[in-house]
Design a binder for this molecule. Structure first.
Ligand code: DMJ
Length: 673
């Protein structure tokens, strides 16, 4: 407290008034003790009593801290904002189950609904319909590619690598991406793949043709030229005597009708494209554009029309980019859908594509297991291209249902399934031949098509191959050929259909895609057997069915043929497997075996006026008894696989980009390697 006397004793200062008032005085004067005014005055007095330097320092400190305050306020803004948002997110991701707290809700993705039927299935985020039609008329020069020096090395390496690679350090992360192991085999998800959903939304220009075109052409080989010649000869017969009809009857120079839909022509479209037969392709395209009509009162078999017609149109669309084929594919796809209107959703075998009605065969309400489980690649692809889920939904439901069914024997399925109950029927008989064959093929191929993510398919496939090893594999005498027999109510039969010869190719494809090396070993053994089914026969052509000798008998070969089984329908399965084996191993013997087979087809089944014919007796070279029928799969499959077998160009239908349907129509892999 300053006294008035002290104040007067100080040197006079211009800037303050020397008034000395004690609080008591003030109180007495104002009658207002400890008032705000008094406090203000007191502060002011104290302020005035400070030296100029002191006041400057205080002012400086005040201004400085004010500036700092403003700066730090603006920097705090963001954390505040994020804190606020974070708490909102927390609220959003909080599970609805009371009391359940997420460990770290802020970083968890929002919970996903598991409701859609397509849920675990790839990514059927349906693809948008293609952009403006990208029409490329006429076959590309796909076959004219430079031979790649690294081809063999690359493919062989690929096959063994995946099997033997140990799990790497990033094991945990990989586990999240669903590594599937099978009795020691590690299947590594392809790290380079992207979820199909992101890939398939923008549909490809329908094929890889453009990229292919930029490469130097690979010259075709003499053997490929021989295939082109054979195709042209077959086509001549079809064109001259069966144009626009289902099948050529080359001897009677006429045709037979099955569905009345130009089956051979459609089945052969993509073969012409691959073989580079521009003129023939153009002519056939015109027929499709002007004469192919599905609005017909006709019963078609769901499976056969799916694999040949729908599959053929889809692959031709992909190779050519011509939207005409997609339009036709959509049309037939829609017309086949009534087949799925059954109590169990297991489709009927037959559909009337004009009336939109479907029914089982007259004598039963069963469908064939292979038929209902080998239409998936095509319908799934149709959904992807059109953006319409209904196709995939229908066929996926069948697979999911079959996955859960009882009546399997270590993964092996019976041959029939009832369309009312959805249960297997005729239990106890197991084969990899007719009525079951392509079930196994499509398990693997759907898994590949969808980017190797649908684990149930892979599980079923792996289990089935174990089932084959356990129940159906045997060795013949005298050559100890490994073959796949049949099991009927516990009894093994040494019977093997030629149809089973798809299996080595499928096993090799699985091994190429990372499955166990055992599968490749088995493939090598089985393709040898399939070749022997030709080589041990008088004409060098396989019969429809063989029986293997289990006991050595003097003068007997491994292969026995019953009179009812000695026909040959120009089937593709062995050539198909030879193609896969050559692609993945580079072993020329497979090409040589295929070459022998082509020569024998030319020798015993070629009809001079055009076309090739099925024969009744592969054991009689002097009279193989022509049957007067050329099946559409001879052009759709057999000659196509021959042409590919004789090529050294792995990009001629690259097996990391395409998967063949069971009628040899290549469809794109959704997530190519
Ligand atoms: C073709 O239609 C298909 O390959 C089918 O999977 C089996 N039968 C014939 C060829 O043999």
């Amino acid at each position: 407290m300053y006294s008035a006397a002290a104040a007067t004793a100080s040197p006079p200062r211009r800037d303050f008034i020397s008034v000395t008032l004690s609080p008591e005085e003030a109180g007495a004067a104002g009658g207002y003790n400890n008032s705000k005014a008094w406090r203000r005055r007191s502060c002011w007095r104290k302020w005035k009593q400070l030296s100029r330097l002191q006041r400057s320092v205080i002012l400086f400190l005040f201004v400085f801290s004010a500036v700092c305050g403003v700066i730090s306020y603006t920097n705090m803004g963001e954390p505040w904002k994020s804190l606020t948002n974070k708490s909102l997110d927390d609220q959003r991701t909080e599970p609805e189950i009371p009391g359940l707290k997420l460990a770290n809700p802020a970083v968890l993705p929002a919970p996903q609904k598991a409701d859609t039927n397509l849920g675990d299935n790839p990514e059927l985020s349906p693809q948008k319909p293609p952009r403006a039609p990208h029409v490329r008329r006429g076959p590309s020069n796909l076959q004219i590619k430079p031979p790649r020096r690294d081809v063999r090395l690359k493919t062989r390496h690929d096959t063994s690598r995946v099997v033997e690679e140990p799990i790497q350090a990033d094991k945990e992360e990989k586990t999240e991406k669903s590594i599937i192991s099978w009795r020691g085999a590690v299947i590594e998800p392809d790290q380079s793949t992207e979820p199909p959903s992101s890939k398939i939304k923008e549909p490809e220009k329908p094929s890889s043709v453009e990229a292919e075109d930029q490469k130097e052409p690979v010259p075709i080989t003499d053997r490929q030229r021989a295939v082109i010649e054979a195709f042209r000869h077959a086509w001549k017969g079809y064109k001259d005597f069966a144009w626009g009809h289902d099948e050529l009857k080359p001897l009677s120079k006429s045709y037979s009708e099955w569905f009345g839909l130009g089956l051979t022509l459609i089945d052969a479209l993509d073969t012409m494209w691959i073989l580079g037969l521009k003129e023939e392709f153009e002519e056939a395209r015109k027929w499709v554009a002007n004469d192919l009509v599905f609005d017909k009162n006709v019963d078609v078999n769901l499976f056969e029309s799916t694999i040949r017609i729908l599959g053929g149109l889809l692959s031709t669309y992909h190779l050519s980019g011509d939207s005409l084929f997609l339009e036709k594919a959509k049309d037939i796809g829609n017309r086949l859908m009534p087949a799925f209107n059954t109590p169990s959703k297991i489709p009927y075998s037959d559909v009337n594509i004009g009336r939109g009605t479907a029914h089982p065969p007259r004598w039963t309400s069963d469908s064939t297991v292979a038929e209902v489980t080998s239409i998936q690649l095509e319908f799934r692809e149709l959904s992807r291209l059109t953006g319409d889920e209904k196709f995939q939904k229908a066929v996926d439901e069948v697979m999911k249902h079959v996955h859960t069914l009882s009546g399997k024997n270590d993964g092996l399925v019976p041959m029939f399934i009832n369309t009312n109950s959805g249960q297997f029927t005729h239990l106890g008989v197991y084969t990899l031949g007719a009525r079951a064959d392509s079930y196994y093929e499509y398990l693997l191929k759907q898994w590949i098509q969808g980017g190797k993510k649908e684990n149930e398919l892979l599980e079923d496939y792996m289990r089935a191959i174990e089932g084959v090893k356990k129940h159906l594999l045997q060795r013949s005498q005298p050559k100890r050929l490994t073959f796949v027999g049949e099991l009927a109510h516990g009894h093994f039969s040494a019977k093997m259909d030629h149809l089973v010869c798809f299996l080595p190719g499928t096993l090799a494809l699985g091994a190429h895609n990372g499955l166990t090396a055992d599968h490749m070993k088995l493939a090598e053994a089985l393709i040898e057997t399939c070749y022997q089914m030709y080589a041990q026969v008088e004409t060098g052509l396989s019969p429809e069915i063989v029986h293997f000798n289990l006991h050595a008998q003097k003068g007997h070969k491994d292969v026995e043929i019953k009179p009812a089984d000695r026909h040959n329908l120009l089937r593709p399965e062995t050539v198909e497997s030879l193609f896969y084996m050559y692609r993945f191993t580079g072993d020329k013997k497979y090409q040589d075996w295929g070459w022998e087979i082509l020569q024998n087809f030319n020798k015993y089944t070629r009809v001079p006026t055009g076309g090739y014919t099925s024969i009744n007796n592969v054991q009689n070279p002097s009279n193989p008894e022509p049957r007067d029928k050329m099946e559409s799969f001879f052009l759709g499959e057999t000659l196509k696989y021959m042409f590919l077998l004789f090529s050294d160009d792995i990009d001629l239908i690259n097996l990391d980009k395409y998967v063949f349907n069971t009628e040899a129509h290549p469809l794109p892999i959704w997530v190519p390697a």
